[in-house]
Design a protein around this ligand. Structure first.
Ligand code: AMP
Length: 134
């Protein structure tokens, strides 16, 4: 499989607006932001999804996401953020190279992030909870 667009950015083959770089990740501005300042924390190693990535790397990337959230609140004055990982094609992940979105959000910004909610049949929730417990 060829390089992902994010590996090409990491290798300097295509341009980006970079906010941060360290040994494990880079942070860039998303080229098609949900809100201006929408940032992506991208793993330097091209783990295709969250599921393949070691917890230690995820932990570091979440620390960086926290810093991005702080910067967005301080610099943009946003009221909140969406911190999102699309994990696999079925979830809407377009670029198969692990990244965390941090999207600035403003009260009444007109954006929406809504799933259609479902309901459980009688007993189903407890049964499923039992299967998913660890
Ligand atoms: P996802 O759907 O979670 O895989 O998100 C991929 C994100 O990468 C999208 O929000 C795109 O707008 C963004 N993206 C794709 N190509 C580039 C690029 N060259 N520079 C910055 N962001 C990009």
């Amino acid at each position: 499989m060829g390089k992902t667009v994010f590996s090409r950015i990491i290798d300097g083959e295509i341009p980006s607006v970079k906010l941060h770089e360290d040994d494990q990740c880079i942070v860039i501005l998303d080229i098609s932001p949900v809100e201006k300042g929408h940032a992506l924390i991208i793993a330097k190693h091209p783990y295709p999804t969250f599921s393949e990535c070691p917890a230690s790397t995820l932990s570091h990337m979440m620390e960086i996401a926290k810093k991005v959230d702080e910067m967005q609140r301080n610099v943009l004055g946003c009221d909140g953020t969406n911190v999102i990982i699309n994990n696999g094609k079925a979830s809407g992940q377009e670029v198969p190279h692990l990244h965390i979105h941090v999207i600035p959000r403003f009260l009444n910004d007109g954006q929406s992030f809504k799933f259609a909610k479902q309901t459980y049949a009688e007993g189903e929730m407890n049964e499923l909870g039992g299967k998913l417990s660890f």
